[in-house]
Design a protein around this ligand. Sequence first.
Ligand code: PEP
Ligand code: MN
Length: 337
Amino acid sequence: MIIVLKPGATQAEIDHVVEKIKAAGCTPHLSRGVERTIVGAIGDEAALRQLPLEILPGVDQVLPIMKPYKLVSREFHPEPSVIGAGGVLLGGKRLHVMAGPCAVEGRETLLGIARQVKAAGATVLRGGAFKPRTSPYAFQGLEAEGVRYLAEAREQTGLLVATELMDPRDLELLDRHVDFIQIGARNMQNFRLLKEVGNVRKPIILKRGLAATIKDLLLSAEYIVANGNPNVILCERGIRTFEDYTRNTLDIAAVPSIKTLSHLPVIVDPSHAGGRRDLVRPLSLAALAAGADGLMIEVHHNPEEAFSDGPQSLRPEGFASLMDELRRLAAFLGREL
Ligand code: PEP
Ligand code: MN
């Protein structure tokens, strides 16, 4: 249920509405917009319907939330949410590019890539320490050692760092050492894991599952927010279709669609979407033109020797020239990079 308050509603009136919702055993969520304040009420619909909300002082309208996802919906929170860590905030005017290797492969190589992507203008270093690999015989990541290297790269370069969480047992470690926790495509519907990351305040980058609809993605985000962590950034990374020329099919329409349906920031990963280096540039440009708040791009100093995803990784020089081009596009779009 959404309670829209009158433009001039007083604090006492807002508090009164909030108290009534709590007394009915439901949870109020306050959203202060430029024009109006909205109180979202989540909980037992029957109990809420019993409340005489329409006649409370300061209340303009009481509306049901029609969508299956509530807290992440635009109805619930009409203003875009700006989410991030440190100075890296996504969802505002400024665009951010997260870049780095698919996997953390070693200390020196990670530090080298970190310096190069930072010089090119990236603000977040990405790199997997726990890797979700299709084959159990493929490189699984450096695990805790990889997290240490990320933390060191963070200290040396000032970049924030993002890495994937696959198992709740590693949550404490990541919460302590990294700035963004990524939930990968393969775990988008691992609901226990989603609930666990609801218990921390760290921004979560939730990647769209290989066969997940936009609604599925938003319901997974709802799991995290409903469990206490409002800091979710959604990531379109391509979905599996009948087309096998590219690794996945980048659903470019998902970007404006999600931005209409939800207040959460949206980023695009052109590397896993296309699966090929030559596609990273056009897909990145398309993503920003479609309204994405940022990008996540794989960069490797020597893609031929990369432990994973070499064919889709940009070399540092290629990344730097792409960043120049993205800056020009950002200016055209009225955004900053
Ligand atoms: C990744 O970003 O390292 C990754 C494994 O991506 P995805 O979960 O989108 O496949
Ligand atoms: Mn990868």
